[in-house]
Design a protein around this ligand. Structure first.
Ligand code: C2E
Ligand code: MG
Ligand code: MG
Length: 309
């Protein structure tokens, strides 16, 4: 069992019984949605989020059928050669009224309602299809990264979903990299670990996303069948102004290499950050310095003209 607690304080968060209860309720829902905490204090922006929820929830039900989701791809660069060797698929929702929505605006909701399972299957199919098309084009074979949500990881049939997506697209399984967050893995049951091993056996690459932001123990990392560790951008962004971030980034790279994994640094925005991770033998990089995420049909041209040395 788990408990989620919302806290509203008299009189700053409300001076009537009804307002206090309503605000505590909003805080409680925020606590539920936030996997890292069991309680939340009320803040005024929570009410706004909660007030927005029902409409978005309703729209989300039809978004797949209405074909409102699109994938953008963020190029990933091989540090040694300076060439683009792959791209991470990132979902966006082309909402009819609200415009292009970032995954942060709707994926937590999709996770809560379970819709993430169907959306995730669509992302897998679409990403494999687009990546297979690149391979036949002038860009040649590229890897494609797909984010897998915690709920998807719990599916007993995830291996089949992945096998179908790869098989129907004609993409080589070794070109697909599934990104699993550290938080999802911490909650991993025996079933999850078995799923990861089975995926590995299918020839799919596994990456641990946002590494360093969760609370996984190092023994976890030792036992997980992952190939790549992604250093979270919150560390990378601070390598210059925060000695602790620099130390953590360096330590994660050394640790991952020691365990035989490759390392991708995310969120590289400056030449200095690139130089730092390159100096510490990071294998791959991605971030706005190289390119923001772009529609799939622009990727081939970008790959052909780009070399980062
Ligand atoms: P993530 O997997 O860690 O993806 C990286 C995020 O950082 C992306 O945000 C990307 O646009 C952003 N980013 C990339 N380079 C830079 C940079 O240089 N500076 C800064 N400040 N940001 C950068 P985005 O697209 O908003 O995605 C946010 C998160 O949503 C992703 O984090 C991922 O966890 C989740 N997500 C995205 N697509 C999917 C999906 O298809 N399925 C699932 N389950 N989650 C997804
Ligand atoms: Mg990712
Ligand atoms: Mg990440």
């Amino acid at each position: 069992m788990a408990a989620s607690i919302g806290i509203a304080i008299f009189p700053s968060d409300g001076d009537t019984y009804q307002t206090l209860l309503k605000n505590a309720d909003a805080a409680m829902y925020a606590a539920k949605g936030d996997t890292s905490s069991a309680y939340r204090f009320y803040t005024p922006d929570l009410r706004r989020t909660v007030a927005r929820k029902p409409a978005l929830d309703e729209d989300l039900k039809h978004a797949l059928d209405n074909e409102e989701f699109v994938l953008h791809f963020e190029p990933q660069v091989d540090v040694k050669s300076g060439r683009v060797v792959g791209a991470e698929a990132l979902i966006r929702w082309q909402h009819p009224e609200r415009g292009l929505l970032s995954p942060k605006a709707f994926m937590p909701l999709a996770e809560q309602t379970g819709q993430v399972v169907a959306i995730g299957a669509w992302v897998l199919t679409q990403a494999c299809r687009e990546a297979a098309a690149w391979s036949d084009g002038p860009a040649g074979p590229l890897n494609v990264g797909v984010n897998v949500s915690p709920l998807q990881l719990n599916l007993p049939n995830l291996v089949e979903v992945v096998r179908d997506a790869v098989g129907n697209s004609g993409l080589a399984p070794g070109r697909l990299c599934l990104e699993i967050t550290e938080t999802a893995v911490i909650k991993a049951s025996e079933l999850n670990l078995q799923t990861l091993s089975d995926l590995h056996r299918e020839g799919v690459i596994l990456a641990l996303d946002d590494f360093g932001t969760g609370y996984s123990s190092l023994s976890h990392l030792k036992d997980l069948p992952v190939d790549i560790v992604k250093v979270d951008q919150s560390f990378v962004s601070g390598v210059f102004n925060d000695p602790a971030d620099a130390a953590i980034t360096e330590a994660i790279i050394t640790l991952a290499h020691g365990l035989g994994h490759d390392v991708i640094a995310e969120g590289i925005e400056s030449q200095g950050q690139f130089d730092f991770v390159r100096r510490h033998q990071c294998n791959f990089v991605q971030g706005y310095l190289f390119s923001a995420p772009m529609p799939g049909d622009q990727l081939a041209e970008f790959v052909a003209k780009s070399r980062f040395v």
